[in-house]
Write a protein that binds this ligand. Structure first.
Ligand SMILES: [Zn+2]
Length: 462
């Protein structure tokens, strides 16, 4: 066997170097490099070095033509969580739930654990962050004190695996958090990259062999003192991130990786004293404090995964005193804003070169769809002209570099959601709107060119 050697590992990105330095060459982080023991040569490598494979056992192969069935699911009973997972937890899979400390990861997983335990499913909850008394207090506050969850505070990896393997495997194991686990075999402090990797790898293989669903909680820290969950993302089947909408008690659960389901679904929760409550109608939430009748706003009928979501886009266009005008955007791609401004300038003759431009997606949402273009353009033109966009209208459509308005998908769902929330008109791409009968009761205003929208706001076109 090769001897274990010292290595210097960046706690922010996991890059390994042979010498210590103050700044990580891979990710540029300062003071993030810690000396750790590199793992000794793996058995596979030893086998190859020996000239012939001695340690490996024969693998079996299957055909592609096996009956394709959906993996079995274990619904947690929390609708928004199940939606993001793709229908529930998959037995034998490993899920990583990341997020800032204190955002509500433990609350969410305790609620899910209790809900499953209430259905008679065996559940183990291992808390390395908090003492059992604290977890019990939280459970009592959430009204889950009676749930038959097996609660533990073990953080030694070998003990955890031994305990879990000693009896029949539970259906769900929650590890809160993976950064508190440590293994004697690894010569590094808990929370370092080596410990994190060894814990994740042992628990993922436990999940695969036992058939239990394992959920790992991972804290995201800014200072790099604890290695982030990013370094174990590739080991698990599903990665979920729990985020808060800035300044709100609302939380969004987002899948960034999912081997058993979609990655574009979001789950919306409201943090209350008595726990996380599912938000059934997120559109109403994002439109709840709209500035009606003010210039510079437009409502975008968007899609998040399979669910339509209405959000308000706000823009401010003001004469600039700077040589290079400011362009600032929150919740949308800055490059997309630059492109839209260039199209408005070059194709529609709207001169914004001497104006500062600010764009904001209300409620702290982040949007990535190209269909936002038309709503963003409308908000920008509304602010620039000082005329309010009609408040009973929603907008969606992609703008191309030629100034054409292009069709986008999921037209019906967008229109239905808008109708449900009391909107009367929809500004849509002409290609999608032509010849439609079912418009969910909305009056369609089809556009083929962005310049038509500019004309609505009665802006001079040069
Ligand atoms: Zn780094």
């Amino acid at each position: 066997m090769a001897k274990a050697s010292r290595a210097y590992v960046c706690q922010a990105c996991g890059a390994v170097t042979s010498r210590w330095s103050g700044k990580c060459g891979a990710c540029g982080e300062w003071n993030s490099i810690i000396e750790e023991t590199a793992p000794a040569g793996s058995p596979a490598l030893v086998a190859i070095k020996g000239g012939k494979a001695r340690l490996g056992a024969r693998a079996t192969f299957e055909t592609l033509a096996s009956a394709a069935t959906d993996p079995p699911r274990l619904p947690t009973g929390i609708g928004e969580l199940d939606r993001v997972l793709g229908g529930g937890l998959v037995p034998g899979s490993a899920v990583l739930v990341g997020g800032d400390p204190g955002i509500g990861k433990s609350t969410l997983l305790l609620q899910a654990a209790a809900s499953l335990a209430g259905c008679g499913v065996p559940v183990v909850y291992l808390s390395g962050e908090e003492a059992t008394a604290q977890v019990r207090l939280r459970a009592a506050r959430l009204g889950l004190g009676d749930a038959s969850v097996a609660l533990g505070t073990e953080t030694n990896l070998a003990n955890i695996i031994a305990t879990l393997s000693s009896g029949p495997p539970p259906a769900l194991v929650v590890i809160d958090s993976v950064q508190t686990l440590w293994s004697e075999a690894v010569d590094a402090a808990p929370g370092t990259i080596s410990q994190l990797r060894s814990a994740a790898s042992a628990l993922v293989s436990y999940a695969k062999t036992s058939g239990a669903a394992v959920v790992l909680v991972g804290h995201v820290t800014k200072d790099g003192q604890i290695a982030g969950p990013k370094v174990i993302e590739h080991m698990v089947d599903t990665v979920l991130y729990f985020e808060s909408l800035s300044g709100h008690q609302f939380r969004i659960l987002r899948a960034v990786k999912n081997r058993f389901g979609p990655t574009d679904e979001i789950g919306v929760f409201e943090m209350r004293y008595e726990g996380l409550k599912e938000v059934e109608n997120p559109s109403a939430l994002f439109l709840s404090d709209r500035d009606r009748g003010a210039p510079g706003t437009a409502v975008f009928a968007g899609m998040e995964g399979t669910r339509p979501l209405l959000v308000e886009i706000q823009a401010l266009v003001a004469p600039s005193t700077l040589g290079t005008p400011r362009r600032a955007v929150v919740g949308w791609d800055p490059n997309r804003l630059s492109m839209l401004l260039a199209v408005l300038e070059a194709r529609c003759g709207v001169r914004l070169a001497c104006h500062d431009v600010y764009l904001n997606v209300a409620g702290g949402m982040r949007l990535a769809e190209p269909a936002v273009d038309l709503a963003a353009a409308s908000a920008l033109l509304s602010s620039f002209s000082g005329r309010a966009a009609p408040e009973d209208s929603v907008y969606f459509g992609e703008v191309s570099l030629t100034g054409a308005v292009r069709a986008v998908g999921h037209m019906d769902q967008r229109l239905k959601e808008a109708a449900k929330l009391g909107f009367a008109r929809a500004v849509v791409p002409e290609a999608a709107g032509a010849g439609r009968r079912d418009t969910a009761g909305l009056q369609l205003l089809p556009l083929s060119e962005l310049s038509e929208l500019v004309a609505w706001f009665a802006l001079p076109q040069e």
